[in-house]
Design a protein around this ligand. Structure first.
Ligand code: FAD
Length: 387
């Protein structure tokens, strides 16, 4: 089985590793350098507190891989687990958190529903009086996306995959094939035409464009998201969870030496951007707002807080904030639209992609809800735990 993977981010490289490990002949084509897309711009969050069963299942299957990463790949990805703390101000949001916690617990996530005063055990500076309820899971945390990408990349090459950087895919010609199966695929690059049974669209924020090359229309929108590294007035201990105010969309987490990362998307204006031409720097106004919002959540971010640096990257957003994982047409697998969760869900995705290519169906997780047809059917699976 010959597979060409389009995209050398975490999704493409993890899929390449697992496909090669299972015996496929794999070539990865990456337009830039490895990780030059959005993987290296991620906050590295890894959590199982999602609001839909399929996202929880993707998380649990992925967490099993993250937990063994150093043993399996020989790379310490700085996986820390201070947990995630979700907070609700509004009654409806509180109900959403409670319902989600029941579902998460049923699937094996150790989510606790907490009175906000008790949540101060995890986040001592929390302004508990502003919130109705909190949920906390001790198995959530974060890791270093760049190191994880390096691990998958080395693993893919050791398993026999060929990785071509600075090799954009410029054309995809698909001939023949049965629904759900392989086809005669010719993948065009500036230097070569590669023949494959499957091409895997793991192009992240570029997935819609790559889909178009293969005659597949994907509702995946590139949306700019920013992160600021802040030197808070009061240092944030490393034991503090990634803390999210679900009603404001603001979040923060500890970095090293008392610093913190703050983030969030504020305001309704959220246009699609050109993934080849957008501002990858941080807006200072946004960083000030993000720090103030974090200060509404917890007392670390007083007026003496300083903004150290920051950056912007792209989420690849679908209308229901879930990925599309499917054989979109014979010979064309889509693994895209992770809507801000693609780093953490890459390990599960790699197995699903390999199963779709090599076994004809995915079994690790029930991905029947993640086909692109759900948008036409009016049957989306809306994720509400997003920031
Ligand atoms: C600010 C920010 C914070 C985030 N925080 C988190 C988080 O906490 N947790 C989490 O799980 N996720 C997070 N994410 C999302 C995460 O970064 C992405 O979901 C993930 O990196 C997607 O990986 P990918 O491999 O699909 O895409 P990418 O890493 O973007 O890789 C896609 C690659 O495809 C290549 N490509 C495009 N077109 C072509 C072509 N024609 N031919 C060849 N190659 C091509 C690109 O060059 C790119 O390198 C965050 C994202 C941002 C921007």
């Amino acid at each position: 089985m010959n597979v060409v993977v389009c995209g050398g981010g975490i999704v493409g490289l993890s899929a390449a590793y697992y496909l090669a490990d299972r015996g496929a002949d794999v070539t990865v084509c990456e337009a830039g350098s490895l990780g030059s897309g959005n993987t290296d711009r991620s906050a590295g969050g890894i959590r199982a507190q999602f609001s839909t069963p399929v996202n929880v299942d993707l998380s649990l299957a992925s967490l099993a891989v993250w937990n063994r990463f150093e043993e399996d790949f020989g790379v310490d990805i700085a996986h820390r687990k201070p947990g995630y703390l979700f907070l609700a101000r509004e009654a409806e949001t509180a109900e959403t958190l409670r319902e989600a916690a029941v579902m998460q617990r049923e699937r094996g996530v150790p989510t606790e529903v907490l009175d906000p005063d008790d949540a101060r055990d995890h986040c001592p500076e929390l302004h508990a009086d502003r919130y109705r309820v909190a949920t906390f899971s001790a198995t959530d945390g974060f890791a270093d996306p760049h190191l994880a990408l390096q691990g998958f990349s080395a693993g893919a090459q050791a398993a026999g995959a060929e990785i071509r950087t600075h090799t954009p895919i410029t054309g995809i010609d698909v001939r023949g094939g049965e629904p759900g199966g392989p086809a005669d695929v010719r993948v065009q690059t500036p230097d070569d035409t590669l023949r494959a049974d499957f091409v895997v669209n793991a192009a992240g924020a570029w997935a819609r464009r790559v889909g178009t090359l293969a005659g597949v229309d994907l509702p995946v929108a590139p949306r700019r998201r920013q992160i600021a590294v802040v030197d808070p007035e009061t240092p944030v201990p490393e034991t503090v969870p990634l803390t999210i105010d679900l009603d404001s969309g603001s979040y923060f987490r500890p970095e090293r030496e008392g610093q913190a990362i703050v983030g969030g998307q504020f305001g309704a204006h959220d246009p699609d951007v050109n993934p080849d031409d957008y501002d990858t720097g941080m807006d200072l106004d946004w960083a000030v707002t993000a720090t103030e919002r974090a200060g509404e959540t917890a007392g670390y971010f007083g007026p003496e807080s300083g903004i150290v640096r920051g950056w912007a990257g792209l989420y690849a957003v679908t209308p229901d904030h879930h990925p599309i994982i499917e054989v979109s047409r014979p010979g064309v697998v889509t693994a895209a639209g992770f809507s801000g969760h693609g780093f953490q869900h890459a390990p599960a995705t790699r197995k699903l992609v390999a199963e779709l290519c090599l076994d004809g169906e995915a079994s690790l997780v029930d991905v029947s809800a993640l086909d692109c047809g759900r948008f036409e059917r009016g049957d989306p699976v809306d994720e509400r735990h997003v920031a």
